[in-house]
Write a protein that binds this ligand. Sequence first.
Ligand SMILES: Nc1ncnc2c1ncn2[C@@H]1O[C@H](COP(=O)(O)OP(=O)(O)O)[C@@H](O)[C@H]1O
Ligand code: SF4
Ligand SMILES: [Mg+2]
Length: 329
Amino acid sequence: MSAVTLTVRGLDAGFTMGGSTVLVVRDVNFDVRKGEMLGIIGESGSGKTVTGMSLLRLLPDNGVTNAAEIDFLGVDLRGLSDEAFRELRGRRLAMVFQDPVGAFNPAKKIEWHIRGVFDRSASKSPAHAERARNWRPAAIQLLKDVGIPQGDNVLRQFPHQLSGGMLQRTLIALVLAFEPELIVADEPTTNLDNIVERQILRLFRDLQRRLNCAFIFITHDMSIAHMLCDRIAVMYAGRIVESGPTKDVFANPKHPYTQGLLASALALEGKTDRLKEIPGELPSPSNLPPGCLFEPRCTFAKPVCRTKPPGMTALEGGRGVRCVLYGDG
Ligand SMILES: Nc1ncnc2c1ncn2[C@@H]1O[C@H](COP(=O)(O)OP(=O)(O)O)[C@@H](O)[C@H]1O
Ligand code: SF4
Ligand SMILES: [Mg+2]
């Protein structure tokens, strides 16, 4: 098994408003290994984005993060100054958002962006230095690698002149050149049409294989997680309720919430004849049920579920589930 790149233990995150703090992410624990893609999945509002943003210190000013451990390749991320953290983000960590526009300086052409990455990594090796010196052919090759054959033209364009799909491809090229050890991508294909989306998803998988980096892929779409991720962590109301190898979780989901998510995903894909939705809705983070957070929606709930929050039970095969139906809860 390869080395662990990122270890997260006891991560809480939330927001301070009107003098009080509401946590929207609670006691999140996971590891991501080198060469592995971890999917964080769950319906909208479950805390996936806040988890990614808090790890990369990108929450807004009223954001609050607390953790027992956040270790990135031996560096305790909690202890870094903001300046040291920015430096790390610029060199070893990358975040890819839903809207690629925000990653580009609108006043600068694509070539400026690619040259910037080449220049910043020039000191890594003689080959990197050569790439920075002789940047144009390297940039054209890079764009070709992400499915842009007319790279020469694209280099001379401004970000707003490219379509959403082209811009996301260009961003993937930048990440490829930047060679981070950890990438966090948050719903990066949500704005794209289906065909382009599938192409871009394949590029993300290629990117991760080429860089052999650790990758956290955040999505609400079960079919995307199934296609891309080695392991998944299912979030519900700010907590991870199930985790394990993707193929095992999909073949045999344990948590009633995961079972519901999979049933509704199959229905959406037309693989069952009735649309199955999980009844009810996510609880408000400021008014959570006292026991299991899923209890108000769970068809298997027992009396104990109403009073005692279940702990995470470790199962065989690297799986975990937060539910009293397994182990002692
Ligand atoms: N800037 C913010 N201020 C206050 N609450 C927020 C903010 N951003 C997100 N939230 C709340 O945090 C919770 C989790 O949101 P989010 O992480 O965006 O969910 P997901 O990415 O899973 O859809 C939601 O209840 C959301 O309303
Ligand atoms: S702990 Fe109880 S309410 Fe929660 S998911 Fe399991 S059975 Fe359902
Ligand atoms: Mg989100």
